[in-house]
Structures are given as C-alpha cells and as structure tokens.
Design a binder for this molecule. Structure first.
Ligand code: GDP
Length: 478
C-alpha cells in the first residue's frame, strides 16, 4: 500500500515537520499529503531504529484456517477424545470423577488435578482424553460451530430410571455427528436397578446389545462405588482401536477451543484441544478471531508443559482476546502472519454478521434442491403427544421428491427448546412443532441461528407443506 508523509509520521508517532526535515536531509522534498516510496520509508525508519514490516500474503485458505492433509506415512496413533452424555442425574459428573480418580492418581503423584475442561488418563500405556463438561449442550454447540472434537460418546443411563428424554436427545446428537456410542448402565448398586429394561428401551433406538445380536457395547457399572470403571475404559480402548484414530505430531498444531475465560491476573486463558500437530510454547497462533503467541501452557495436572501433542488438552495464555468454545485454532510459522490472519478473520466476521448465513428454509428449499445444495431434508419434530410424533414421522419419512428424501433426526414430546434449535442449526435442519410452540430461549436461538421453525395443528398440513416446498410450489408466507 501507499503511505503519505503525514501517515508515516503518525505511525512513527513523530511530528510531520520532523519527518519532512529528515526527508530533506535525504534530498527529498515532500509535503504532508504526498506519497513516499518504500525505499525512503525504510531509510527514515532506520533513522529511528524502527523495523519496517512487510505485508505478509494472506489468502482465503489462511482465513479458513485451512490445513493441508497429511500423508498416510506421517500419521501415528493418537488418544481417543471421549464425551459423556445422558439424562440429568444419571451420573455423568460422578462417572467423570471416578474415572479420573481411579486412573490418574497412580503414576502422577504430586499433581494437583486442575479443572481445565478436559483431562487425560493412561491405561495400559495408552492415553484417553475426556472432555469434562458433561452433557450434550457443549457437544452440540461445538458441532454447530463446525468443530468435531469427540471420537466416542459414552451414554450414561441410570439402571433404576431407564431411558429418559435427554437420553434420547443425546442419542440423536451422537448419531447426527456419526460418533460411536458406548452405553454405560450406571447405578447398578441400587436396589431398583434393571439393566434388562435399559437394554430393551435402547433397542427401540437401534442400540442393540451384542448379546442380542446387535453391535452396541453395554457396560454395567456403579460410578459411585467405582465398580465397572476398568471395563468401561477397556471398551473405550477397544472402540478407539477400531476407529483407527490418527494424527501427525510433526507439524504445526491445530485444534479446537474447549473453554475460555478472562482471568484477572493472566488475561485470556483458553483450554485448547490439540487435534493435529504439536503445540509449543512460543508458537504464533490464530484462535477463532483472535491471535497471539503461546506464552505458557499448563496441563490437566496443573503442571507447566512446553509441548502438547495430538489429543492433548492444555490451558494456554498469550491470546490477545478471549475466544469461544468451539473456535478452531491453527499455528502459523510467522507471528506477523498470525496477526494479519487474526485481524482479517475479525473483519470477515463483522461483515458476515451483516450478511446472512445460508440455511435451509422451506421458502427456498426448491431452489436449494435444484442447485444441488440440499440432498436430504433434515427435520426435527416436536409434538404434544408421542403418538402424533410417531405418526407424523412415519408419514414424513415416506416423502421423496426426485431423489430428495426427508430425514427425521430427532423427535420429542413437549415444547420446542433451545437444544432442539441448536441441534437443528448443527445439522442444518428445519424444526416442526405439532401442537407445541417454541419456548422463549428457543425463539431467541432460532432467530440468531436462523433456523426455520414451522408450527402446525393438522398432520396432513405438515406433509403438504413439506411436499410443496420440495416441489417449489409453496405459497409465499406473509
Ligand atoms: P449428572 O447430572 O448426570 O452429572 O449426575 P451426577 O453425577 O450429579 O449424579 C446424580 C446423583 O446420582 C448424585 O446424587 C450421585 O451421587 C448419584 N449417583 C451417581 N452415580 C451413582 C451410582 O453409581 N450409584 C448410586 N447409587 N448413585 C449414583
């Protein structure tokens, strides 16, 4: 770019007259608003002992934090990243605690466990990473932001309570993300424990135990008595072997923010999950729309570390702002580039906020089908009673218009909730309410996530609307 004499003075924080005088000593006569060439800029800067920074080339790939694929021969095994989901009070938090307590203490005496949003255990020489914010809200909000961090989902179901609404939600979240599910039948110590009932109920959701000819792994345990934890860990190792989880430790790190906050003393503090490469202290880094240089890293035992390889969670300081959970990060070779990419991403985000996200909506569904942007229509169905939800789902799933099909990714009974809308946003789905309405938070979320929510009272009207939208015959809504 070009720079005027006045502009240069401003950058150097000097008076314009002083710069004009300096230029004169170099034999250049210039006025305040005149452009000066690069050589002169460099000479002046040299006089003040200031280094000139060349513009670094930043392209679209950098802005997307694009990561070139690894060659197969560079890939090595990496630990699985596990999320624990399930209905409230079924024992997610207790299970996370007991896994950590039974598996971490042994080899790591002296370490003080630190809550950084994720922790690692070691079992028979192999590590496993657990995200320790239980529940599927975190899981899905990350996915809606484009982050895929979970390799395996543990679904906790209390043996005395069975499958509950949030169990079903969790199943659908995990299925939509195509993540393998291991069932932890918890609270086996309780008097009313009935694991057969749990298995029976889960079979209705296509989670059939191996004993019954299916493929789903069930582990019976008592999180509170710490019984069955070894079995669960063994099964996680088994599944992760089947999944062949790999990464290349010998490259710049990239991954996802697990959590982040502002700390009074330390500034922006973020837990990063390294998903590929190795993160080092001192690395220039872009995280979401912010950037910086990794100043210090602390692991889940509160120890300072200098490097963090694939699947390792570390808490880092040194970012100039607080990123958001689910933000992607990438290390750049060059600090200038990291800064410019960070700034450009910030700018881009501001512009995108003005524009609109591309989302499926019934109004332009036909256009999107024609353009090949939509192959399946994802629907989330909420109804007042189970019977209508099932009837509606069965009818909708029969719809097919020129190869485009309807996929029901979640059904439930009750008002449309924020969780439904977030799932819709993550899966690019439309929400249909049958004799139910969205609650306040769901309404807000639908607005900000631009999710199409349709409300109906008559079954055939729902079918008609979807069919017409797919055929491009929908009456415009006023
Ligand atoms: P979350 O809401 O899924 O995180 O559930 P919590 O871990 O907070 O557990 C809910 C309640 O169930 C707590 O009172 C726990 O002490 C209890 N709990 C968890 N696991 C077990 C278990 O294995 N056996 C029994 N009897 N109680 C359990």
């Amino acid at each position: 770019g070009t720079l005027t004499v006045g502009g240069l003075a401003e950058k150097l924080e000097k008076d314009t007259s002083e710069i004009i005088k300096k230029l004169m000593t170099l034999g250049i006569m210039a006025t305040k608003n005149q452009d000066i060439d690069e050589d002169s800029i460099e000479l002046i800067c040299e006089e003040y002992g200031v280094e000139v920074e060349q513009e670094v080339e930043v392209d679209e790939n950098d802005l997307d934090l694009y990561i070139a694929e690894d060659k197969p021969e560079d890939l090595v095994e990496r630990p699985a990243v596990v999320t624990i989901m399930g209905h409230v009070d079924h024992g997610k938090t207790t299970l996370l605690d007991s896994i950590r307590d039974t598996k971490v203490t042994a080899g790591e005496a002296g370490g003080i466990t630190q809550h950084i949003g994720a922790y690692q255990i070691e079992d028979k020489g192999k590590k496993i990473t657990f995200l320790d914010t239980p529940g599927h809200a975190a899981f899905t909000s990350m996915r809606s932001r484009g982050a895929k961090v979970t390799d395996i989902a543990i679904l906790v179901v209390a043996a005395d309570d069975g499958v509950m609404p949030q169990t079903v939600e969790a199943i659908n979240h995990a299925k939509a993300a195509e993540v393998p599910i291991i069932i932890a039948v918890n609270k086996m110590d309780k008097e009313g424990a009935n694991p057969d009932r749990v298995m029976q109920e889960l079979t209705e959701h296509e989670l059939v135990p191996e004993d019954w000819g299916g493929e789903t792994i069930f582990v019976q345990l008592s999180a509170i008595k710490r019984e069955g934890i070894d079995d669960l860990v063994e099964m996680i190792q088994l599944v992760s072997e089947v999944e062949e989880l790999k990464a290349n430790p010998n490259r710049n790190a990239s991954g996802t923010v697990i959590e982040a906050q502002l700390d009074k003393g330390r500034g922006s503090v973020a837990t990063l999950l390294v998903q590929n490469g190795t993160l080092n202290v001192g690395d220039p880094i872009v995280v979401g729309n912010t950037f910086g240089r990794v100043r210090a890293m602390v692991n889940d035992l509160g120890r300072r570390v200098k490097t963090a390889g694939p699947s390792t969670p570390v808490e880092v300081t040194g970012l100039n702002e607080v990123p958001q959970a689910g933000d992607q990060f990438t290390v750049f070779d060059d600090e200038k580039k990291a800064r410019q990419v960070g700034e450009a991403r910030q700018q881009k985000q501001i512009e995108e906020k003005r524009g609109d996200k591309v989302r499926v909506s019934l109004d332009d569904l036909f256009e999107q089908i024609k353009q090949g942007e939509v192959k399946d229509i994802n629907l989330i169905l909420k109804a007042d009673v189970q019977g209508s939800a099932e009837a509606l789902a069965a009818s909708l799933e029969k719809i097919e218009v020129e190869g485009v099909k309807v996929r029901i990714i979640h059904t439930g009974v009750g008002a449309i909730t924020e969780s439904d809308v977030i799932l819709a946003s993550a899966s690019n789905a439309i929400v249909i309410g049958f004799n139910v309405r969205p609650d306040v938070n769901a309404k807000k979320a639908a607005e900000s996530e631009k999710v199409d929510v349709r409300l109906h009272r008559i079954i055939y009207k729902v079918i008609e609307e979807i069919e017409s939208a797919m055929k491009g015959m929908l009456d415009p809504e006023f």
